[in-house]
Design a protein around this ligand. Structure first.
Ligand code: FES
Length: 572
């Protein structure tokens, strides 16, 4: 190896004043000469934060990565980036995904790093860091923090998020006492790790494995399982080799790898949030990806994994059953088997020895948990650029439905009126929520799975067609049409819907139609008042001025693409 070729030597290999500056202050950490001798410098990009409980164990995980880097002859340097905690951040963590990606990108590019290990877990910490790293394009490997152990309540397994929605409906319907509801809190989140349903965090972990960005089997190992630390240590060793091989992220995240991620997402019953994040990642690496690709590539894929919210089990069970390698092996030629992954081997090589240990949890293509379970993209005058629905989490009978709209102007209007006994709504109504999209909320919050009105819950109604320009939690379920584009806040037809308008949803025909004439819509548009209620400054102003629509991944227009890793100027 020609050590001079390593990027870090542009800093640490210098002579004279600049070499002094680049090395001297680093030495205050007790780094011997060998740290600067041309060995690969590995950045461990840590989204640890006590405000992101799903990632709160990451300092320990980083130590395992460091061990591996040192064993392989590298020089590890851990650094923090913006951490996005899904459960605490207001108005929604998604508002800050692009900010965290900018932090990751600029921190990597500005520093003497040759290879990167991304430590991520909670929903947005994965796409944000991968987006940022992709725009720099160094050798990069992901270690996710792993899911929590199964929740346990009254002797039964309960799942993150999925049971929050269920229990809160039970509470509202009087089927659960406030005391029981409160007790369930600790029962659900009883170990370190991220949501253990196939929510967005697990979906992102599976996506990363499907893209070939993590070592095989990396998605499902529970956070407290000692084998996750082993995976982190092995990842530390491997990233050093990747630097020597100059195996860059753009060689891993290719069009074929992205198609694999869409297929795997359908097979594991993954979140609709994958669409937004994978589209944004594709934009960073320069791979064209259209919303219709998700339907074309994924919608006919059978669901093989029986996990909540679409199924019965949880990530811990998925790991014991064999995890993503088994799914990839079962899918066979439905996947591009010859794509390269970060360990230098193909998907086929990585999964050849995978064995399934529980067919209740992972089915087969011939006997799937559910047929054709991938995400469907619906279009029509109500969503010219498309909207999405997750059939595996929806009620079959409602997938073809026609009903009168009950419109909520925004999330405050929804909260104020949803449980009003006088609300004119019935089970066949179509609930429409406006102004919760990328610009409208702002940040495209996970509010699309609107709770069913209390009076209908009490009548035993468990699902209704709901339409919005927002997202829904990956742990949620229901016949929910999401990501309507263009959104109401930029003049989309969704914002013109009025109470009583008939709406037709036909998922088999991929149709979402508002039965209002063009003339009437034009008339309504003439009276439409766009209220800019967000008095934004700082980052939020930047976001509002530049965020793209849902079908484009909700990245910011100036962040699409990559700038590479070269920085010509010294800092003094
Ligand atoms: Fe962090 Fe679900 S809240 S992964």
């Amino acid at each position: 190896m020609d050590k001079k070729k390593l990027r870090s030597q542009e800093w640490f290999g210098r002579e004279g004043k600049m070499g002094f500056i680049y090395r001297s202050w680093m030495r205050n950490q007790g780094i011997p000469d060998e740290g600067f001798d041309g060995r690969p410098v590995i950045g461990i990009c840590n989204t640890w934060s006590e405000l992101t409980p799903c990632n709160a164990h990451f300092r320990e995980l980083a130590e395992s990565v460091k061990k591996g880097v040192l064993e392989a002859g590298g020089f590890p340097l851990e650094f923090p980036v913006t951490s996005l905690g899904e459960t605490l951040m207001r108005p929604t963590a998604m508002l800050f995904r692009n900010l965290a990606s900018m932090d990751t990108e600029e921190t990597i590019r500005a520093n003497p790093l040759d290879g990167i290990v991304l430590l991520c877990g909670c929903d947005k910490t994965t796409p944000s860091t991968v987006m940022g790293a992709a725009s720099v394009n160094l050798p990069t490997l992901v270690v996710s923090g792993g899911p929590m152990l199964n929740g346990k309540y009254h002797g039964e397994d309960i799942g993150s998020g999925t049971h929050v929605w269920k229990f809160s409906e039970d509470l509202r319907a009087g089927k659960m006492s406030p005391q029981e509801f409160s007790m369930a809190e600790a029962c659900m989140s009883r170990s370190r790790g991220h949501c253990m349903t196939m929510g967005t965090a697990s979906t992102m972990a599976c996506m990363i494995e499907a893209l070939g960005m993590t070592l095989p089997g990396g998605a499902a190992i529970p956070a407290p399982d000692s084998r996750r630390k082993v995976l982190a240590q092995q990842s530390g060793r491997r990233i050093v080799e990747m630097v020597h091989e100059d195996l860059k992220i753009s060689q891993i995240i290719t069009r074929e790898a992205i198609e694999n991620a869409i297929v795997i997402n359908a097979a594991v019953g993954g979140s609709t949030n994958l669409i937004i994040h994978l589209t944004a990642i594709a934009g960073r690496v320069g791979v064209p990806l259209d919303l219709s690709d998700f339907d074309k590539i994924g919608s006919n894929i059978p669901m093989l994994v029986n996990l909540m919210p679409s199924g019965k089990y949880l990530m811990e069970d998925f790991y014991y059953a064999g995890g993503v390698p088994v799914v990839a092996k079962e899918l066979g030629d439905l996947l591009h088997q010859n794509v390269l992954t970060v360990n230098g081997k193909t998907v086929r090589e990585n999964t050849a020895d995978a064995s399934c240990y529980n067919r209740e949890v992972i089915g087969t293509v011939s006997e799937p948990i559910q047929e054709s379970a991938g995400i469907a993209v619906v279009k029509g005058n109500l969503a010219q650029h498309g909207a999405v629905i997750k059939p595996s989490a929806a009620t079959k009978e409602l997938m073809t439905h026609r009903g009168p709209a009950v419109v909520f102007k925004n999330i405050d209007d929804f909260h104020a009126r949803v449980d009003d006994p006088d609300l004119n709504i019935e089970a066949s109504s179509v609930m429409v929520l406006q102004n919760v999209g990328p610009k409208g909320y702002p940040g495209m919050a996970e509010v699309g799975n609107m709770p069913i009105p209390k009076k209908l819950l009490e009548q035993g109604v468990t699902d209704m067609v709901r339409i919005s320009d927002g997202r829904m939690s990956g742990t949620a379920f229901g016949t929910v049409v999401l990501h309507v584009s263009p959104e109401a806040a930029i003049g989309g037809v969704l914002g013109l819907v009025q109470d009583g308008d008939m709406i037709e949803l036909d998922v088999s025909q991929r149709k979402l139609h508002l039965e209002v004439s063009e003339e009437e819509l034009a008339e309504r548009r003439g009276h439409m008042v766009q209220i800019n209620e967000h008095q934004a400054r700082g980052y939020v102003k930047l976001y509002l001025d530049h965020v793209l629509q849902a079908h484009e991944g909700a990245d910011m227009d100036f962040l699409v693409g990559k700038s590479g890793s070269y920085v010509p100027k010294d800092n003094h």
